[in-house]
Design a protein around this ligand. Structure first.
Ligand code: GDP
Ligand code: IMO
Ligand code: MG
Length: 436
């Protein structure tokens, strides 16, 4: 199918604004669940960055589903789901996602569009990711090994292969040229690989991708907004993994913050409406890098077990710690968050008291902001103790039934970051969502 775009319409300044939903911590805040919950309020859901390093979990009617590249609005009957230009796509993983949807009877063909400008993850990108991580030894990033870093390197290095290239007759030639470069790069590492084993599956998956619609999604989205359609941009990873503002170099390779939605979809900054920031009632991080409030004791283990904090993409145990207000304030600032949503409040139900980090001791000085260096040698968290609510929340449906101590926790955070919390999530299911 081809789309015709009306440029006169695009010049109309009275377009709808797109809302952005993103994670404010180190990923896995529960973005997938909330996008699914909010989709009935939108016509289009669009992923703007990241790739299959993401694992976004949705639960409804007893079904649990994990999406990696496909937007989390795909289960709704009418919403259009867009994989934007800022996303990097591994055709093999994408095909598996499509197969899983087919099994569940989801008709995605008419409602899933891919940007022609999105970059492709080649098998050799994954190999380079693995070789690079192995070579770093104990300094490894803890990457998901999905080829994310090398693919974005080729994008900024202007060597990448894009979805739009698939439809050209030079596609195989371009692929071969890039793979030659990658082989040279791999020869610098002491790393064994068998590319021939990986290539047939990759090319088969490219054929499956061709069944979907490759679109100039920047035109599609802007035209839709002018004609009154409501767009929700879905972030992946979290603000503290942002390539510029995260704990570099222990970050991912894309802009996970709100500005990434402009680059990753072709939506101008003055067309951004609400910025919805999601955070867990505590903190988790998977992979290496500094984590100021990390609990490497039985309390941390208790949060991990009750919260089932194991990666949706890699299965790795997630590191756990208390809520970090200076880090949250930083994320609210760089994203221009207009509305907060607090996830996994139910996980803290078993605690008599709850700690919150309000400040850091930074080289002997007390500060309330996130400094350049958050290495444990430089900063130590200063916490305050709040009363726990000691009550199961998972069956609560109404704000008025939330325990007082939880409301105190909500107010404490709202005051500290000067932003309202509009949803408190008390379980993984769609229904376990309390509007405040
Ligand atoms: P995402 O990457 O931000 O979409 O988050 P993930 O799906 O990787 O991780 C969040 C995990 O927490 C998933 O297993 C969700 O099903 C689950 N989850 C989301 N919200 C809640 C909640 O409020 N309570 C509980 N117990 N689990 C939740
Ligand atoms: P969602 O969208 C949590 C982490 C990795 C590693 C670092 C770099 O589910 O929240 P990469 O593979 O991107 O080069 O890895 O970033 N990471 C995530 N952590 N949730 C994610 O996505 C992540 N995507 C990447 O663990 O530390
Ligand atoms: Mg995840």
């Amino acid at each position: 199918m081809t789309f015709a775009f009306n440029l006169n319409l695009l010049l109309n300044k009275k377009a709808m604004k797109a809302d952005v939903l993103l994670g404010l911590q180190w990923g896995d805040e529960g973005k997938g669940k909330i996008v699914d919950v909010l989709t009935p309020d939108y016509d289009i859901i669009a992923r703007f960055q990241g790739g299959p390093n993401a694992g976004h979990t949705l639960e409804f009617n007893g079904i649990k589903h994990v999406l990696h590249t496909i937007p989390s609005g795909i289960f709704h009957p009418t919403a259009i789901n867009i994989v934007g230009n800022g996303v990097v796509i591994d055709p093999v993983i994408f095909k598996k996602e499509l197969d899983a949807l087919t099994k569940l009877g989801v008709d995605f063909k008419s409602k899933l569009l891919i940007s022609k400008r999105a970059h492709l993850i080649l098998p050799t990108h994954r190999l380079i990711d693995a070789a690079s991580e192995a070579a770093k030894g104990k300094n490894k990033i803890g990457s998901t090994l999905k080829g994310i870093g090398p693919t974005y390197m080729d994008k900024t290095g202007r060597n990448g292969l894009r979805i739009g290239d698939i439809e050209t007759k030079e596609f195989k030639e371009k692929y071969d040229t890039l793979v030659e470069k990658h082989k040279q790069l791999l020869s610098f590492y002491n790393f064994d690989y068998n590319l021939q084993e990986l290539e047939p599956t990759w090319f088969e998956a490219i054929e499956s991708l061709k069944e979907l619609q490759f679109v100039d999604t920047e035109h599609y989205l802007n035209t839709a907004m002018v004609s009154g359609k409501r767009v929700l941009a879905e972030g992946a990873q979290g603000s503290l993994l942002d390539i510029d503002f995260g704990s570099y170099p222990f970050v991912t390779s894309s802009n996970t913050i709100c500005a990434g939605a402009c680059n990753g979809l072709g939506i101008a900054p003055n067309k951004i409406g609400n910025v919805i920031g999601i955070f867990k009632a505590y903190c988790t991080r998977v992979g290496s890098g500094p984590f100021p409030t990390e609990l490497e004791d039985e309390v941390g283990e208790k949060i991990r077990q009750i919260g089932r904090e194991f990666g949706s993409t890699t299965g790795r145990p997630r590191r756990t710690g208390w809520l970090d207000i200076p880090a949250l304030k930083y994320a609210v600032m760089v994203n221009g968050v207009t509305e907060l949503m607090m996830m996994k409040a139910d996980i803290l139900s078993d605690f008599e008291t709850i700690e919150v980090c309000t400040h850091y001791n930074f080289n002997g000085q007390v500060i309330d902001y996130l400094p350049y260096n958050i290495d444990p040698n430089y900063i130590k968290p200063i916490t305050t103790t709040l009363k726990g609510w000691n009550k199961d929340l998972t069956a609560i449906e109404n704000k008025n039934d939330l325990p007082n101590e939880l409301m105190e926790y909500v107010r404490f955070i709202e005051k500290a970051v000067d932003t309202k919390i509009s949803i408190v999530s008390v379980g993984p299911d769609r229904k376990q969502t309390i509007r405040m």
